[in-house]
Design a protein around this ligand. Structure first.
Ligand SMILES: [Zn+2]
Length: 223
């Protein structure tokens, strides 16, 4: 019963660590198509004609997919106006991507802006659509959607579970490992492995301080 409780607490702490990690990636790892560290790779969906086109950008801890409807992409490549601005899928986490959200955008003649976050929390550069008016002479000069800072909140499968298990395993090893290291150091120095009392020159089989058995210390002192 106690073991089950420890496992549950470990998993809970691991879930929190997972969220903190993904949000740290969201705040610290910038992803932009102009950044040589995260080159935009053009991808298209299956189907003939394809239903959608994407730009995918990947860095350690971050992934962004900018998705256009096929019709708009056709207009774009043909030099026409894009009516429907892209939807941006934003995913974060290490070592696997574990949380994601969608950023809806809106464009004017100057650029394309983040206006709404679906399944996440907008932190910075999320614009009020009312301030972005399409048409010449009305350029808000706001940062484009790439600079939107968002905290994704939707768990991704299987990344969220895998990250949580990895963090729980590391925590467990740390918790198990630290007392074991302390006991080994005490035995090496001829001290009681339980309380650290100096047993050199002390007769008997038990620690006079705490009553702990000396078998471990004896074998260590003979070596
Ligand atoms: Zn002792």
């Amino acid at each position: 019963m106690r073991r089950l409780g420890v496992i549950l607490v470990l998993l809970l702490v691991a879930v929190l660590a997972n969220i903190i990690n993904a949000w740290s990636c969201a705040l610290l790892v910038a992803v932009h198509e102009d950044d040589p560290d995260s080159p935009a790779i053009a991808v298209q969906s299956v189907g003939n004609p394809p239903e959608a086109y994407f730009y995918e950008m990947r860095r350690a801890g971050a992934f962004r997919r900018v998705e256009w409807e096929a019709m708009e992409w056709g207009a774009l490549s043909g030099g026409g106006e894009v009516d429907d601005p892209p939807v941006v899928e934003d995913a974060r986490g290490l070592p696997m991507l574990s949380l994601s959200c969608r950023i809806h955008t809106m464009s004017d003649t100057a650029d394309c802006y983040a206006v709404e976050v679906e399944g996440g929390i907008g932190i910075a550069n999320i614009h009020d659509p009312a301030t972005i008016a399409p048409g010449p002479g009305m350029l808000p000069q706001n940062p484009d959607f790439y600079s939107a800072l968002v905290l994704p909140c939707r768990p991704m499968w299987p990344g969220f579970v895998i990250n949580t298990l990895i963090y729980a395993a590391v925590l467990w090893l740390l918790l198990r490992g630290l007392p074991a290291v302390r006991r080994a150091v005490r035995a090496f120095n001829g001290r009681c492995t339980n309380c650290g009392y100096d047993l050199r020159g002390t007769p008997g089989t038990a620690c006079p301080e705490c009553g702990w058995g000396r078998a471990a210390w004896r074998s260590a002192s003979r070596a």
